[in-house]
Ligand binder design. Structure first.
Ligand code: ADP
Length: 352
């Protein structure tokens, strides 16, 4: 990766968490066929842990004696690393725990972080088993880089930590709805996209963001890393935030890495520790009167430090604006992962 790197100590005691159900269900076979020998030949002792159910990895790292491990590595999709990061940040000793070097080997259907790390290593694009081998070699080299984490505050629940992206609208629906095509691997996203394109929806919401500028002093957070940029949810947006005028969206996508999937380079300029959220939103501009029926779509790209999304109910209309914090329909999907702790310089609020 770019920027300053530290090397893992040798020998490195590595916990390798493999999700046998990730992707097409081949992660364990891929480990047996490729990774086990590669790590052994590189002299990297590792303990294999096969995850047995959802949140197994999260519970495991929350309770683990971390002094026994020099690195925690997952072989799965991005979802398993989300569990590991959130498990680490739920610990009493989160500040030390999140400094444990983390690694990822692509074994799932969504391998965006692995593809991003491969991209940062300035190697030419590859996918599938070639990406796995590339990430295996990077793991054997044992270099550690810092990576941003994003704090996600749901109005209805606890705080979460995101390492990869946060999506609402089209992208989130494709992600969730394509679960049923899991058996086709990464192609599930292509199938899901075609299905959703055929029945395109409009999602109503109010989006605001803080443009990328030098950081300010932190706000106090109840637990875990401080939120450096977010005033409490029930307070008005500070003057340096921008409120997007449109309220009819096709999608909102916040990314902190280059890739959204193995073969989807969505934010080429992204770096792992630049403290920047790459925000994309696509809105529908429906012209009234003479242009009735004409629909123009607009994609906006802006670099931000924080954002806030208020999902509006289906029957929302302009007259009800200004009602303060609100809860409503809508779905938000997030996914995460990380390598080393970087005090979170980006924050996201999601209200729904
Ligand atoms: P994929 O990219 O294929 O979806 P993920 O790593 O995102 O792969 O895995 C999806 C989810 O599977 C993870 O969030 C995790 O909670 C869950 N999981 C882990 N182990 C198991 C298991 N043994 N059975 C079922 N689900 C599991």
């Amino acid at each position: 990766l770019g920027g300053p790197k530290a090397a893992l100590s040798r020998p490195c005691r590595m916990m390798l968490l493999v999700n046998p159900q990730s992707g097409k269900g081949e992660a364990l076979t891929l480990y047996n066929n490729h990774i086990q020998r590669m790590l052994n030949e590189a002299g990297v002792p590792h303990t294999l842990v096969i995850t047995e159910h959802q949140n197994h990895a999260r519970e495991l790292v929350r309770e683990a004696d971390l002094s026994q491990w020099d690195a925690l590595v997952i072989m799965s999709g991005d979802g398993l690393l989300f569990e590991v990061i959130n498990g680490l940040l739920e610990r009493e000793d989160w500040e030390d725990a999140i400094r444990t070097p983390l690694g990822i080997l692509p074994g799932g259907s969504g391998n965006a972080l692995a593809a991003s790390i491969h991209h940062y290593s300035r190697s030419s694009p590859v996918s599938s088993e070639e990406l796995l081998l590339s990430c295996g070699f990077l793991l054997c080299k044992g270099l550690v880089s810092r990576m941003d984490l994003v704090s996600v505050q749901l109005s209805s629940g606890p705080r979460l930590f995101s390492f990869l992206s946060l999506a609402w609208g089209f992208v989130a629906d494709v992600d969730i709805e394509s679960e049923k095509y899991r058996h086709v691997g990464a192609a599930r996203f292509t199938v899901g996209t075609l299905v959703r394109l055929a029945s395109l929806r409009v999602y109503r919401g109010r989006l605001a963001y803080l443009p990328s500028t030098p950081s300010r002093s932190p706000h106090k957070a109840p637990r875990g890393p401080p939120d450096s940029l977010l005033p409490p949810l029930d307070q008005q947006l500070p003057g340096d935030w921008v409120l997007v005028q449109e309220e009819d969206f096709v999608l909102m996508l916040a990314m902190y890495h280059s890739h959204l999937a193995e073969d989807l380079l969505a934010a080429p300029g992204a770096a792992p520790d630049d403290g920047v959220i790459h925000l994309f939103y696509l809105f529908l501009a429906m012209e009234k009167g003479e242009h009735l029926g004409t629909i123009c779509q607009h994609l906006v790209y802006v670099k931000v430090r924080a954002l806030r999304l208020d999902v509006l109910p289906k029957d929302h209309h302009a007259g009800r604006r200004g009602g303060g914090v609100r809860a409503a329909a809508g779905r938000v999907r997030w996914v995460l992962s990380g390598l080393d702790y970087n005090p979170p310089s980006c924050n996201i609020w999601v209200m729904f």
